[in-house]
Design a protein around this ligand. Sequence first.
Ligand code: RTP
Length: 147
Amino acid sequence: MEQSFIMIKPDGVQRGLIGEIISRFEKKGFYLKGLKMVTVEKSFAEKHYEDLSAKPFFAGLVDYIVSGPVVAMVWEGKGVVLTGRKIIGATNPAESAPGTIRGDYAIVVGRNVIHGSDSVESARKEIALWFPEGISAWQSNAHSWIY
Ligand code: RTP
């Protein structure tokens, strides 16, 4: 089953949005397979965002991600990468539709509350980076009610 790496960024944690965000993915029918709160080092944040290292906002982005604890999660379900991005909304909250997480809870791109993998391949890489210890294997009893 497809998996996505979803991270609640430091502003989402500080603003008390953890429960709300988890609830949206849970109510959709996705399964929470991995969850931890961590404060990462600069070098780790740089690795996570290495594809953006040439962007002018890269240094500010790294400072933002290391500014406090983040909640790292693995969510599982059919089409979770693409549907997860839809639940999250457009990168710039000024363009995110109401009803999406960023559309409802963020105003500027530099404080957009949440990250979600943009492809199955990135998800695989990000899960390996954030959960080198692996994640617990469990099956939901709700499966036959969702699929
Ligand atoms: P994310 O990786 O966090 O899910 O975001 P994304 O795919 O929607 O957007 P991406 O282009 O990969 O950008 C990653 C994060 O960088 C910050 N950003 N700041 N100041 C700016 O112009 C700017 N542009 C992007 C955002 O925090 C964005 O989520």
